[in-house]
Design a protein. Structure first.
Lengths: 1045, 357
């Protein structure tokens, strides 16, 4: 009996009138957990009942504690007929199961009904008494902490980052069960909500078990998704990064709450590492290109460490079978090199190592400094599958195999880029009828576990800055052999250090590393694309989609590239490409944040070429377009303050280079030596993109390039956590969700018309956001997240969630730079040790397609990365040690004057310090500007269904959805407040499925949101005696403070 | 391409004061958009008309959802659906309960019933205020009236507590409730020159001095109903004009005191008896409900108009009324000094307020 759950029902308020005659309600409450139900007394004739119940006690297994939600139902007592349900509250008690999160859940929860929405509130107190259980074979994983945040949470330190964990569970969708024909919509919705709640609990528990198995105590970057496969079932899947975290305030290592196998922790890291000398096996001098052999043929046979051998010997079967296969099997710890010597040096912190399982993937997008050594390019894989009914929910093998296949592909792409790991990894699906596109993407990278071991990992932003790679250009350096590049790219010497090669453009799915040197500001860049597709059935449909995909990816990429150049920038971060499938079309939407990385070459311009010669007016038109483009580039450079320091005399000239000079570049020195041939390389960097505008398509492209309107002045936008170039945030934030659905007129469905409609939809949406938030200027929209879906034939739905943050325009603080500078010397001393880890990568060359060709039912769309190499922009890193001597600091240190520092403080004072109790902030970011997160209370993962049969009466589709989204926010806030928190960070709306039937006056919507509940304290409150300035500021920043005249 | 659905929901509910005003004023979305365009917002922000349309719709939807809560403002404070900073909540409530001078003058003193509601059409046409806005204002009056009508305790406090209004607005509502309850006639042509502020001022004085609450703070309806006993007693004042000696004495006392101080002394002297008779008769008539309703008509007819036709300056009116009230204390034969003070103290204040063009 490992746990006792105690629940007390205190009171209700604002209940709806259930008895028309008296205009009152006779309410009582049912409290259900598992199969046990308790009831309160009926509180007669009141809309604000005071039940003040006894403590209802449930004695349950901790397994159930993790899986089951607490279900509270408020009913109206009726003597003569059945009691009417008022609504329900589901409470996830998981946060009470970690020792250091919330200890009690207590507060007002909205009473929710899937038909009527929120109907009053109920005050509930929930507690859990956990008993320690020493059962070794337990199925629960209490105590493993979950974080949605895709970086190391702010008040923790990563002791070890173990790596990828994944799991999926399947079930029949209650909506499609036979019983659904006879039960009410309410019953059906509730069955679904409950099932999904159960499934996510189960999923979380299973992932937790895997984490414990890996000796971790937390999952970071936890992403859980639902696939509503319709007839064929319901899939809940999750991925995350297992870590061992250490609370910063407490020096002692954290032990999981229940039965942590801590005694094993020290032994495990060593017992599978028979070659402790790995460290010394590789020379610490520069390894040059041989280090990375990305093709099996060129595989460089070095003394590979035992772990490499292990990896290649790992039975491939394990990969395909996903969760089920692994759990039973022996624990295969594929240890990365862990040297004895290193351990001894560290003295007493022996379990800092980075171990990888079969997929060296990390769902993190931001890393402890030094962890990320080099960044490859984006790797992605997509696969089109036909859904079939899931026959046995306990054996979700097909779905597991599908994902394993895709992950394998991602892994081999990464390897082709000379990288051993994938960071910023994510997975998604798009389903239409029985066709499903599975997508995975990430950024190939080389990581440095040694750096991690050196104990320099601090999860706090402030502390992070202390430890840095030199000059913030290391991650840009290519990791692969330039003589054997997996795709044509133009390399130059790094503009920062001048020692290493860098590509001309860099695409990644991660956040901008905190130490990267950026010139100017960043901006949101989107590529949007539609392709019509014939309606087809089953396999024909899947084939058609597979055939279209490569073209879509290619075009999306071209658009991104053009837009990037038009902005005068050279790198994309946070790239997310979403391909959505509909009945008769495919949509592609790519969002990323463009920046100008100082280490990369100046981007080339865009050249327009017409193929029809000797036509005067045409020529004129072309040159007119050319001029317009050049003007736009110049304007953008000014707008985003991109003025790179002049490195050589010819940089600033015309953006159009002479194409001939390119070839030289490709063949430039294969060996990067320490002598810098500075001027030689400046030629190739201006690789112009040539657009031929012969056909109408290209014309469209050019036009669409120019129609993207920059945000109004005072506005910036990005889809990453932090806006490059802005760091003087003030503390006003506004998170929002905006949804738009357009109906296409079916008459003129051409690709062009579609593209234009889609483009207008997105642009108008952005314009609306800028207009709505104009009172916050100067401000930045961060983490702008667009989701596209095609609910019906002629409908396009776009959902945007983002946060607007105000900043102080007057102070271009560059505080980070000073700190970077400071840490340069120190960091460089450690660099000698960087290289071991990558070496092993190259030798674990696996066959890239371990799976047999697709079965008849599934059409395999093998990764695009192989075919269309230009798509993957890679940066590879050389496994060269960066030696101290080679570090050249080009960072210009703009020291923030003490004056500025002071002002900044003041400005960041909380505008709402005086606000009423219960304000809960929500943000998709992992931090809250001007505040410090002091405690993580647990994960919020909620799923709601709302349905109406009186759509018109509720204000039509907009009124219906507006109310529902507001209700979802309210329920999230209420849960956070009940946990004792005052904010949700890393908030994400993972799903917003909207269906309507206006003829029947009906609509239904499903929303799934998640995030981390936290407690934060304003920085100004942290300072002990903060005198007047903050308060004065506080008053002035409260809008309309004196309205009550 | 049409927007089937278009919503924006912020974690903190966005409130645009300008749009809120347009919504309160009862404009349709399209009219509101047109008015916003005219305000030059497009030029300031570089937005398009479509953006404005979508923004206006969004705000209107939000306000529509908030309206239910605004009907019981404490609910707005405790609800969980809209996260609104307290200062904004106060603004929403205050503006929602604010009313137009033109409108309130039409309705003041009328029974807040269905019948009056039917007349809103005419009021709307007459005042140029949209029917929607008239309805909101009327419903506000009625809602406040219903809630506080039978409540114990101070009228202003009750209103503030149940509707979270500012002190000023709560006082205004107290006046509206008081007038509606006593059905004072305010619509007559000769009363048209009076503003709502004039009536509200008088209402406050009357609530303070003439209601049950003025003598006993523990009774129901204390601030809403006039003190019946007091009104009955007022008949006793009749002696001041009925007793010729007393009237003459009163006049001579006043005249002696004001000689040389009043610009309109001769007019005053000539009119004293008429004026005094008017004021005392008003008091004596207050036993009948019908006459209570006509209080303001009577005051204007019997006092304000005669003085005005003789071009009394306001200061002379003040000097006269002060002396007129005070001199009664020197009338030895008069025994109702306290009653006189309770009546005249309030009436003097009201008359001074009512005396203007």
């Amino acid at each position: 009996m490992p746990g006792k759950l105690k629940v007390k029902i205190v009171a209700g308020r604002h209940l709806p009138v259930m008895d028309r005659a008296s205009d009152l309600t006779d309410a009582f409450v049912e409290v259900k957990f598992g199969n046990t139900t308790f009831k309160t007394d009926v509180y007669l004739k009141s809309l604000n009942p005071q039940w003040n119940s006894e403590w209802f006690k449930f004695e349950v297994d901790d397994e159930d504690l993790q899986d089951e939600p607490l279900q509270i139902t408020v009913l109206d007592h009726d003597t003569y007929s059945a009691n009417d349900a008022i609504g329900k509250v589901y409470i996830d008690i998981d946060p009470l199961l970690y020792s250091e999160a919330a200890t009690v859940i207590s507060g007002w929860f909205p009473i929710y009904d899937t038909i009527h929405g929120i109907r009053g509130e109920i005050n509930v107190v929930v507690k859990v008494d956990l008993f320690n259980d020493l059962n070794r074979f337990r199925q629960s994983s209490c105590g493993v902490k979950f974080f949605c945040t895709t970086s190391i949470p702010k008040c923790y330190r990563a002791v070890i980052i173990h790596g990828f964990v994944e799991e999926l569970v399947v079930n029949e969708d209650p909506e499609y069960q036979w019983i659904d024909r006879i039960r009410t919509p309410r019953a059906s919705n509730e069955a679904r909500q409950r099932l999904i709640s159960l499934m996510s609990g189960e999923l979380q528990r299973k992932i937790g078990l895997k984490v414990l198995e890996m000796r971790g105590n937390a999952v970071v970057g936890y992403l859980q998704c639902f696939d509503l496969e319709g007839e064929s079932g319901l899939v809940v899947r999750a991925i995350g990064t297992a870590c061992t975290l250490d609370k910063l305030s407490s020096p002692a290592a954290f032990l999981p709450a229940c039965n942590s196998p801590s005694k094993d922790m020290k032994e495990i890291p060593f017992n599978e590492d028979p070659n402790p000398n790995t460290h010394s096996s590789g020379p610490s001098t520069p390894l040059k290109n041989q280090t990375y052999s990305f093709s099996p043929s060129k595989s460089y046979s070095r003394q590979s460490s035992s772990s490499d051998t292990d990896l290649s010997l790992t039975p491939k079967t394990g990969m395909g079978s996903g969760s089920a296969g692994k759990e039973g099997g022996p624990f295969k710890a594929l240890l990365r090199q862990q040297t004895q010597s290193a351990l001894e040096q560290r003295g007493g912190s022996p379990h800092r190592f980075c171990r990888r399982r079969e997929f060296p993937f990390f769902t993190l997008t931001a890393f402890p400094p030094g962890f990320l050594v080099h960044v490859g390019g984006v790797v992605s894989a997509r696969s089109v599958k036909l859904l079939d009914r899931i026959h046995n929910p306990d054996e979700p093998e097909t779905r597991d195999a599908w994902w394993a296949e895709i992950r394998q592909e991602i892994k081999s792409h990464a390897k082709a880029l000379g990288c051993h790991a994938v960071v910023g990894y994510s997975e998604s699906t798009s389903i239409c009828e029985e066709v499903c596109i599975l997508s995975a993407s990430g950024t190939a990278a080389v990581l440095n576990p040694r750096f991690l071991q050196d104990g320099t990992v601090e999860s706090c932003l402030e502390q992070r800055l202390e430890e840095n790679l030199p000059a913030g250009c290391g991650f840009c350096h290519i990791p692969y052999d330039e003589l054997n590049m997996p795709f044509p790219a133009h390399l130059t010497y790094c503009y920062n250090c001048r020692k290493q090669k860098v590509p001309d453009v860099l695409f990644t799915t991660i956040d901008l590393p905190i130490d990267a040197t950026v010139i100017g500001k960043g901006c949101l860049i989107q590529a949007r694309l539609c392709r019509l597709k014939k309606k087809a059935q089953a396999e024909a449909n899947a084939t058609a989609i597979s055939n279209l995909l490569p073209f879509m990816e290619y075009e999306v990429h071209t658009q991104l590239m053009n837009k990037l150049k038009l902005k005068g920038m050279n790198a994309l971060f946070g790239l997310r490409i979403q391909i959505t499938v509909g009945e008769n079309m495919l949509m592609g939407l790519a969002s990323a944040t463009g920046v100008y990385l100082a280490a990369l070459p100046l981007p080339g311009g865009i050249q327009i070429a017409g193929k029809t010669p000797n036509d005067g007016s045409y020529e004129q038109h072309v040159s007119h377009m050319q001029k317009k483009i050049n003007d736009t580039i110049a304007k953008n450079k000014e707008l985003y303050e991109i003025n790179p320091p002049e490195i050589s005399e010819e940089i600033i000239g015309s953006p159009i280079p002479e194409p001939r000079q390119r070839s030289r570049l490709l063949r430039s020195q294969s060996e990067s030596s320490d002598e810098v041939t500075e001027l030689d390389l400046s030629h190739g960097k201006k690789d112009a993109f040539v657009l031929e505008i012969d056909d109408t398509d290209a014309m469209e492209d050019v036009h669409s390039l120019l129609t993207d309107v920059p945000p109004p002045s005072g506005f910036y936008s990005c889809n990453t956590e932090i806006m490059p170039g802005i760091n003087n945030w003030t503390s006003e934030i506004q998170m929002f969700t905006s949804v738009r659905v357009i109906r296409l007129s079916s008459l003129n469905l051409t690709n062009q018309a579609l593209n234009k409609n889609f483009n207008d939809l997105c642009e108008n949406l952005l314009k609306s956001l800028y207009f709505k938030l104009r009172s916050m200027i100067p401000c930045c929209l961060c983490h702008v997240n667009f989701t596209v879906s095609l609910p019906e034939d002629e409908l396009i739905q776009v959902t945007v969630t983002a946060v607007a943050i105000t900043f102080d325009k007057n102070q271009a603080l560059q505080t980070t730079k000073t700190q970077v500078e400071k840490s340069l010397q120190r960091a460089s001393t450690d660099n000698e040790e960087l290289l071991q880890f990558p070496l092993e990568l190259c030798s674990d060359s696996l066959p890239s397609h371990p799976f047999p060709p697709a079965k008849a039912t599934s059409v395999d769309y093998s990764s695009f990365a192989d075919r269309c190499s230009s798509w993957i922009e890679l940066i590879k890193l050389k496994a060269q040690t960066i030696r101290r001597g080679s570090i050249k600091t080009t960072v210009t240190v703009e020291k923030a004057s003490p004056m500025n520092e002071g002002n900044f403080r003041n400005r960041s004072a909380p505008p709402c310090a005086n606000s009423t109790v219960g304000v809960v902030k929500m943000t998709p970011l992992s931090f809250i500007p001007g505040a410090k997160i002091t405690k993580y209370l647990g994960i919020i993962n909620m799923f709601f269904i709302r349905e109406t049969t009186s759509l018109r009466e509720e204000g039509g589709v907009s009124g219906f959805l507006h109310a529902f989204v507001a209700e979802v926010f309210a329920m999230v806030r209420a849960h956070v407040a009940a946990l004792g928190g005052n904010a949700v960070v890393s908030y994400i709306m993972k799903q917003c499925v909207f269906m309507e039937n206006p003829n029947k006056n009906q609509a239904q919507c499903l929303i799934n949101v998640s995030g981390d509940a936290v407690v934060f304290v304003h920085e100004s409150e942290l300072e002990v005696v903060s005198s007047q300035p903050p308060t004065a500021n506080c008053q002035s920043s409260c809008p309309g403070g004196d309205v009550t005249t | 391409m049409t927007n089937e659905l278009d919503i924006f929901v912020g974690n903190t509910t966005l409130i645009d004061e300008d749009v809120y005003r347009l919504w309160l004023d009862g404009y349709s979305v399209n009219d509101a958009v047109a008015l916003r365009v005219r305000s030059g917002i497009l030029e300031q922000t570089g937005a398009t008309a479509a953006v404005l349309q979508s923004d206006t719709m969004d705000h209107y939807r939000t306000f529509h959802m908030l309206e239910r809560l605004l009907h019981a403002p404490p609910k707005l404070l405790h609800q969980l659906i809209f996260q609104i900073p307290p200062s904004r909540q106060a603004l929403l409530i205050e503006r929602y309960y604010a009313f137009d001078e033109a409108f309130v003058r039409e309705v003041l003193g009328k029974k807040l019933s269905k019948g009056t509601k039917k007349d809103l059409d005419d009021i709307s046409t007459k005042t140029g205020i949209t029917l929607k806005s008239c309805r909101r204002q009327f419903d506000n009056f009625k809602r406040v009236f219903k809630v506080v009508e039978e409540m114990r305790g101070s009228l202003v406090d009750n209103i503030q507590q149940h509707f979270l209004l500012s002190d000023r607005l709560a006082r205004d509502y107290a006046a509206i409730v008081f007038f509606a309850n006593n059905r004072f006639e305010t619509g007559k042509k000769k009363l048209q020159y009076l503003s709502f502020g004039d009536f509200a001022f008088c209402a406050e004085l009357m609530i303070q001095n003439w209601t049950l609450g003025a003598v006993d703070s523990q009774v129901d309806d204390m601030d809403v109903d006039l003190d019946k006993e007091f009104l009955q007693d007022l008949k006793e004042l009749k002696v001041l004009v009925a007793d010729k000696d007393l009237l003459d004495l009163h006049k001579s006392l006043v005249c002696t005191a004001l000689r040389g101080k009043l610009g309109v002394f001769s007019e005053m002297e000539a009119n004293f008896k008429n004026l005094s008779r008017g004021l005392v008769n008003v008091a004596a008539k207050l036993t009948h409900n019908k006459d209570v309703r006509d209080l303001f008509v009577d005051l204007v007819e019997k006092f304000v108009e005669p003085c005005r036709s003789d071009h009394w300056p306001l200061n002379d009116v003040r000097l006269f009324l002060n002396q007129y009230s005070a001199s009664v204390h020197s009338l030895d034969g008069f025994r109702h000094q306290a009653l006189w003070d309770r009546y005249m103290g309030t009436l003097r204040g009201c008359l001074l307020r009512l005396y203007h063009d």
